[in-house]
Design a protein. Structure first.
Length: 492
């Protein structure tokens, strides 16, 4: 996770509702779901007349949208808040902290960082105007729809899944809204690509995770709302859409829609101006035949599956309250590869979960060797108060956890190097993103195998002399060189 100083491009010119000309700068941390929240807050501010600026030193108001998923993300959020607080000795007159860290440490932020003028939790985005000092919050004019939960969420609540009683200053109400197609929003991504949040919250009981307490119960956006937003984005020049949610494969279950994600993908694939459609975060036992067949049937739907498996040992998965096993997952992977020829598979694992024996870790290593994922991430277990795993015994030392994480990634490095080498000489359509940060002599782009920001790099080192490449356009490229995770290509 890295700091993102957000430079914004407006989809539709915002209507100025007030003469306020405050300059507001955003730093968005964490996942794409958080980025969409930042875009929504920027949309409301822009609509109210604020000027969005990309540099903190130019801002009257600085907003830090924080992440609180694991300890390292929390520390990054705190460090960023402190870094932005220094600007209050210059031009900045307000510092606002938003997002997941607020849900977790609301009172502690106020008490320990006096430079913070206001806090806005994940369920309070409409308060950003008042927090920034631009306009008071009018509850009757909220741009968000309050959505009901599904039966599974209510059952989990009865079991205490969403309890935040021990959290410092957490408000009683869980987040229960979701933005829709009419909510003001300003894109912070390149103009050719955008995220659409199709669901919010999570009902799963995973013992390592506090996202349900941070984000509330699972709730889906209405089908028509997602399609309407996608159509508007396509009309504005967006060519790639990535659907996001904590679990996109549960989409539509809360209003009785069977195979809702597959139906949504089919509808989006009919939007003429879209070129690539993908979705992130599939829960393994929610991957249906209908979903796989839909991906295989439409060229616009990227043959890409991100399935965070978390582990492969049945014993560890049981303690994680996930279920499944390496054997079950291998059958699922085989089905995905059989149904979607050439599918790109991405996953992530948690290493060092409480009680993880050397034998269980070796099960995970053997599974990774056999599964041969195209992309893989590995997280060191992070103890989080409020998660069920916090009370488990048999915690591993940080040194041992890191040893195991590095060993697992070394296995994946060899797999990735071999799989990337097999791509030499092949051709792909590439979405050009612009000049590379590595060198002015290189361009960067992505194939359908590369989700935005999370997968390896594709560098373009050779361009036909008569061609002036344009960021946001697609070009046919041939892979000329490969590395452990990255590719080098030429435009053909």
């Amino acid at each position: 996770m890295s700091n993102k100083s957000v430079a914004a491009s407006v989809i539709d010119p915002p209507k100025t509702l007030s003469p306020i000309a405050a300059k507001v700068g955003f730093v968005s941390l964490g996942c794409p779901k958080n980025l969409v929240d930042s875009e929504v807050m920027m949309g409301m501010l822009a609509q109210a007349g604020a000027e969005l600026v990309p540099r903190a030193e130019d801002a009257d108001v600085i907003v830090v949208n924080t992440c609180s998923f694991i300890e390292s993300a929390q520390q990054e959020s705190v460090n960023t808040i402190l870094e932005m607080a220094r600007h209050k000795s210059g031009k900045a007159r307000k510092l606002v902290v938003a997002g997941c860290l607020v849900e977790r440490y609301r009172d502690e932020i106020r008490r320990n960082i006096p430079e913070v003028d206001a806090v806005v939790g994940t369920g309070e985005l409409e308060n950003i105007l008042a927090a920034a000092g631009i306009a008071p919050t009018d509850p009757s004019d909220s741009p968000f729809r309050i959505l009901t939960s599904r039966a599974e969420g209510d059952a989990r609540a009865a079991q205490g899944r969403f309890s935040r009683e021990t959290w410092d200053g957490a408000i009683a109400d869980l987040p229960n809204y979701l933005y829709d197609e009419a909510t003001p929003r300003v894109l912070a991504t390149a103009r050719s690509t955008a995220y659409i949040k199709i669901a919010e919250g999570c009902d799963h009981p995973c013992s390592f995770c506090i996202i349900p307490q941070l984000r509330g119960k699972f709730r889906s956006r209405r089908f028509e709302s997602v399609v309407a937003e996608a159509e508007r984005l396509a009309q504005s020049g967006v060519r790639e859409i990535t659907l996001i949610g904590q679990d996109t494969t549960c989409y539509g279950e809360d209003f009785g829609l069977k195979d809702g994600l597959a139906l949504l993908l089919e509808k989006l694939a009919a939007i003429e101006d879209l070129r690539w459609i993908r979705f992130l975060y599939a829960y393994p036992n929610k991957i249906t035949n209908r979903l796989l067949e839909t991906i295989a049937a439409h060229d616009k739907i990227c043959s890409y599956m991100d399935v965070p498996l978390q582990h492969a040992s049945a014993a560890t998965l049981k303690r994680m309250k996930r279920g499944g096993s390496g054997e079950i997952f291998l059958r699922t992977i085989e089905k995905m590869r059989r149904t979607i020829p050439g599918v790109t598979l991405r996953t992530s694992f948690i290493v060092g979960f409480p009680g993880e024996t050397e034998k269980e870790f070796e099960e995970l290593c053997d599974f990774v060797r056999e599964a041969e994922f195209d992309w893989m991430g590995s997280f060191a277990y992070s103890d989080q108060e409020g998660a069920t795993a916090f009370a488990l015994d048999e915690k591993l030392s940080l040194r041992e956890i890191e040893r195991r994480r590095k060993h697992l990634m070394q296995i994946q490095k060899g797999i990735s190097k071999r799989k990337k080498r097999a791509l030499r000489g092949t051709e792909f359509d590439v979405l050009l993103e612009g000049s590379s940060e590595e060198s002015d002599m290189l361009l960067e782009g992505r194939t359908a195998m590369h989700a935005p920001e999370i997968d390896g790099k594709l560098y373009i080192a050779d361009v036909p002399e008569a061609l002036e490449p344009i960021p946001g356009e697609f070009y046919r490229c041939q892979i000329t060189e490969t590395h452990d995770y990255d590719l080098v290509a030429k435009i053909v």
